[in-house]
Design a protein around this ligand. Structure first.
Ligand code: ADP
Ligand code: MG
Length: 337
């Protein structure tokens, strides 16, 4: 069977009307004249994207955060969002907590809720947010602008969300002694991701390409490279990780940091002569930015260790809802049906 991205390509990818950027990037750009409207939508399905017993306040935060993260990846400023809710029951306390988490983040980003739809569901809860933002069309951070010689950067630290998810799923093979302590240290990254909107804005006119890491660094960087027609060299040991991930045996550290989804950090490229300006932009945005590799001519992503040797046993490409080969994809919650 075809993978998620092949299904989208086969059935839903058409040439966008002149002046629009359509399927294939973190946001669509509508009528990109001087100022474009950036649009993105994300579905969150119970049992697939969140646990049935997740803190509803955290879910409210995360359901908007993942959409804000797509605006960040385009360098777009949030304008407003609409909310679709399919609910098995009308649970006032749950909805109040969900709305609390949702509006706290919305208010922090000046992004009002302006509509939506609510319906009963015979299955679990499904949440859908469509978000709108604005960005000068020429300054939008698209996936297709990386050029050979550009640096590859990542914001924040990778791996915590994936490690927390594995612990919450009860994967017995995760090599940590004190599972409760490691979960306590990593869970916030999974449940309360901080969308890098300020960084996206600061990178306008500076980054040549950008994507947010929702499916794993290797896969998401792969989208930039495919869209840009380039390859890259990535140094696995330069990818920033938290103390919890750094304490893992090396293959696990790489699995979480390079393959783990749900990170919502930005991976972006920028010309090598812009290093000081990138560092300055990150400092203004209040987030770390780390150089992890370089874009190269030709195809292929070569991952090396600190000694320059190819890294063996790389994690599977990343998250795909319809993986075309057998085997579990990283980051999947168990099916509820
Ligand atoms: P992201 O992780 O940034 O949210 P996805 O990986 O979900 O992006 O999707 C990749 C691209 O395919 C995006 O441009 C998205 O808008 C588009 N896409 C996904 N599903 C559909 C669909 N059902 N119809 C049209 N476009 C889609
Ligand atoms: Mg995205």
């Amino acid at each position: 069977m075809a993978g998620e991205f092949e299904l989208i390509r086969r059935h839903f990818t058409r040439t966008a009307p002149a002046g629009m950027l359509g399927v294939g990037d973190d946001c669509a750009l509508l009528a990109p004249s001087a100022e474009a409207t950036a649009v993105s939508t994300d579905l969150l399905v119970e049992g697939r994207h969140f646990f049935p017993d997740v803190d509803p306040r955290a879910l409210g935060h995360k359901s908007l955060a993942v959409n804000l993260s797509d605006l960040a990846a385009m360098g777009a400023k949030p304008t407003a969002f609409v909310l679709g809710l399919a609910l098995p029951r009308a649970d006032d306390a749950w909805l109040s907590a969900y709305a609390g988490g949702l509006f706290a983040l919305a208010d922090a980003h000046g992004c009002p809720l302006v509509g939506g739809d609510t319906t009963r569901s015979d299955a679990g809860t499904t949440l859908s947010i469509t978000i709108f933002g604005s960005v000068p069309a020429r300054a939008a951070l698209r996936r297709s602008g990386a050029r050979p010689g550009d640096d590859i950067w990542v914001s924040g630290m990778l791996g915590d969300a994936d490690l927390a998810l594995r612990l919450l799923l009860g994967e017995p093979e995760v090599p940590v002694a004190d599972r409760a302590a490691v979960l306590a240290a990593t869970r916030r990254a999974l449940e309360w991701p901080e969308p890098r909107v300020a960084l996206g804005l600061a990178l306008r006119g500076l980054a040549s390409a950008a994507i947010d890491i929702s499916d794993g660094l290797l896969q998401d960087l792969g989208h930039i490279l495919a869209a840009s027609g380039c390859g890259a060299r990535l140094c696995a040991d330069d990818v920033p990780v938290s103390p919890a991930v750094a304490a893992l045996p090396v293959p696990w550290r790489r699995r979480c940091a390079l393959g783990g989804g749900d990170a919502y950090e930005l991976c972006f490229t920028a010309p090598a002569d812009a290093r000081a300006r990138v560092a300055d932009a990150a400092a203004r945005a209040g987030v770390a930015a780390t150089r992890i590799g370089a874009v190269q001519a030709g195809a292929g992503l070569r991952v090396v260790d600190a000694g320059g040797n190819p890294v063996p046993d790389l994690p599977r490409a990343g998250f795909d809802h319809f993986p075309s080969t057998a085997g579990p994809a990283a980051g999947l919650l168990p099916e509820t049906t």
